[in-house]
Design a protein around this ligand. Structure first.
Ligand code: ATP
Ligand code: MG
Length: 584
């Protein structure tokens, strides 16, 4: 049984004021509640209470991973550069990879993720299809030299991740594990009391094609998502975009003077037409340095990830490069582009016979520029960032928007790593085949911050029961006396014996300070023990979640706690302990 947490000897340095460099609720509150301290930019120490919460989240993740049949291992954080050279990511990963060398000048990195290491681990000893499928996971510290570490634990440079990797001999087997992992990720979010959505995502650095992100909904989230009542949802980085450009009624090519007009907003206002009737041009270069001009409806933004998919190695031109190609920023168009320029347009513009678009001349635009007649389009592609109000690609209804914190992601990697790192097994016919792989990551420390983002108020954190640093805090209003303090210790022991995790605020502080700290730290239930109440045999209970306070006879406490405990255990058996009875 865990010991009672005595706040007097526990290191919980609470702060009255918001720290200056913390700008969102979770960052501020975790610092103020004495759970977390900054060591360097994006590097944090978990103090005793913060560490308890972290361990609880880890335990939920571990239980859910074990239930899928995955096995826990522990790989090193320090990884030799050779493995990353083999996969090609030593060069591709860029400055986010924390690199170092040992005393013999051998290259290493601090792992931002472990695909290379796990692939090298199994390639020599996982040999037969008979041993597949196999899923291994670890809960470990990761390092990423983020360009902008911010928001405390949400985007740090050293953080805790659960990462799992699976190996298969068929796509069907990968799909089965991927689905089981996705279900487990949903349960992890539920058990952490997160309001969440699973969204279509982009696979970024990791590679692979099929991938889903699990987003905790929060206004402070860095990710934008769109969703539909039919169940569809996507990260705006990845979601298919179906804009509805409108045709302008001028059908003949006609140059109009647009002095000083450089943005779509200005152009639409100047011409008195909706932005949807204008076409925006963006210039870039392909992998060989060739000029590529992309066209999207004026109402939408270019999605650079999609641009890279449509044009290999696509990069937007700098102002100097544009000038070198003779292009005019703010009045680019498809008519009269330099020789050899490739034109790629958003697929939605296929249905627009006449475009309102730049004339490649300062202060001039064209009305009625017709693809096929006035210029050639070399390719059509999905190029735009999807936004609320666009059509749902699955049912056609209007999409809604939300913001989210990516707490976890699942990927189907296919053979990306097994091929580049020559990790093979022998199939039924004795033929050598590369493993089909999946990988699955939960941001454990980010999840902790996401929980606080969703569960707080002006007074502090409101921990869901399943991850609270302890369930109950007993608050004696006097310490060191021979009535109140001993009674409070007795109540704390009784709670503990009932199976609750208990803290006691035995600091010699004023009642007001203890109340404020208890709300700030966010214990689900406070039991306040004072002289006046005890004279009538009573204590006060405060539920943090609702703020509701009520008086109880001390003698009735055991019965009430037993009831709450039974309810908690019942709920726990069901797999999801969020709030229960007394703690609601
Ligand atoms: P992001 O897009 O937010 O940078 P990512 O997609 O690069 O994250 P993954 O490679 O998918 O991250 O890593 C798995 C999980 O690790 C993420 O879902 C997230 O919860 C967590 N994570 C990633 N980067 C960080 C970070 N800098 N700080 C805290 N947690 C992180
Ligand atoms: Mg991710």
């Amino acid at each position: 049984m865990p010991g009672i947490l005595h706040l007097k000897n526990l290191y919980v340095p609470t702060l009255k004021e918001d720290p200056a460099d913390a700008d969102i609720a979770s960052h501020k509150l975790l610092l103020r509640a004495g759970m977390l301290r900054k060591t360097a930019s994006g590097v944090y120490t978990f103090l005793p209470l913060g560490f308890r919460v972290l361990k609880k989240i880890e335990e939920i993740v571990r239980e859910e991973m074990d239930a899928t049949g995955a096995y826990e291992i522990m790989m090193p954080a320090l990884q030799p550069s050779e493995l990353w050279l083999e996969s090609g990511r030593w060069d591709d990963y860029g400055p986010e990879l924390m690199r170092l060398s040992d005393r013999h000048e051998r290259g290493f990195c601090l792992g931002p993720t472990h695909e290379e290491l796990i692939t090298s681990l199994v390639r020599d000893e996982l040999r037969s299809y008979k041993q597949l499928p196999l899923t291994l996971y670890q809960i470990q510290v990761k390092f990423r030299d983020e360009i902008r570490p911010r928001f405390g634990l949400l985007r740090s440079r050293e953080f805790i991740m659960k990462d799992a990797y699976s190996f298969h001999d068929s796509q069907a087997s990968l799909q089965e594990t991927y689905d089981a992992m996705s279900d487990a990720y949903g349960r992890i979010c539920d058990r952490c009391a997160l309001e969440w959505r699973a969204v279509e995502a982009d696979s970024g650095q990791i590679g692979g094609k099929v991938t889903t992100e699990f987003m905790a909904l929060a206004e402070s989230g860095e990710a934008e998502l769109v969703y539909c009542d039919c169940g569809y949802s996507a990260n705006t980085e990845a979601g298919e975009c179906i804009p509805h450009p409108t045709a302008h009624d001028v059908a003949e090519l006609k140059k109009v003077s647009t002095p000083g007009i450089h943005t779509i907003e200005e152009l639409a206002e100047f011409l008195g037409i909706p932005e949807t009737s204008t076409v925006k041009a963006l210039s870039g270069k392909d992998a060989d340095g060739g000029l590529v001009v992309l066209f999207v409806p004026g109402s939408h933004e270019l999605n650079e990830i999609k641009a890279c998919r449509a044009v290999e190695g696509f990069e937007l031109l700098s102002d100097d490069e544009m000038e070198a190609f003779g292009l005019h920023k703010g009045s680019m168009g498809p008519v009269g582009l330099p020789d050899g320029a490739r034109v790629i347009a958003d697929a939605s513009l296929k249905g627009v016979p006449h475009w309102v678009v730049g004339a490649n001349e300062e202060g001039a635009h064209y009305l009625g520029a017709a693809p096929g007649r006035d210029f050639t389009v070399d390719g059509w592609a999905d190029l735009c960032v999807v936004k609320p109000g666009d059509s749902c690609p699955e049912c056609g209804c209007s999409l809604k928007g939300a913001r989210g914190i990516e707490v976890s992601q699942v990927f189907q990697l296919g053979t990306k790593y097994s091929e580049s790192m020559r990790a093979t097994y022998l199939d039924k016919d004795g033929k050598e085949k590369p493993f089909i792989m999946g990988c699955y990551g939960v941001g454990v420390s980010r999840t902790l911050a996401a929980i606080v983002e969703q569960h707080n108020d002006a007074d502090g954190i409101k921990w869901p029961l399943a991850v609270a640093p302890a369930h109950v805090c007993v608050i004696p209003l006097v310490v060191g006396d021979d009535v109140v303090h001993p009674k409070a210790e007795e109540i704390a022991r009784a709670c503990q014996q009932m199976g609750f995790e208990v803290a006691i605020d035995d600091r010699d502080e004023r009642a007001g300070v203890k109340f404020a700290d208890a709300d700030l730290i966010g214990w689900p239930l406070q039991i306040i023990v004072g002289k006046r109440g005890l004279a009538e045999g009573k204590v006060e209970l405060k539920r943090r979640r609702t703020g509701e306070r009520s008086e109880f006879l001390v003698d009735a406490l055991p019965e009430m706690l037993a009831f709450a405990n039974r309810k908690m255990m019942d709920m726990h058996k069901g797999g999801v302990t969020i709030f229960s009875g007394l703690f609601d």
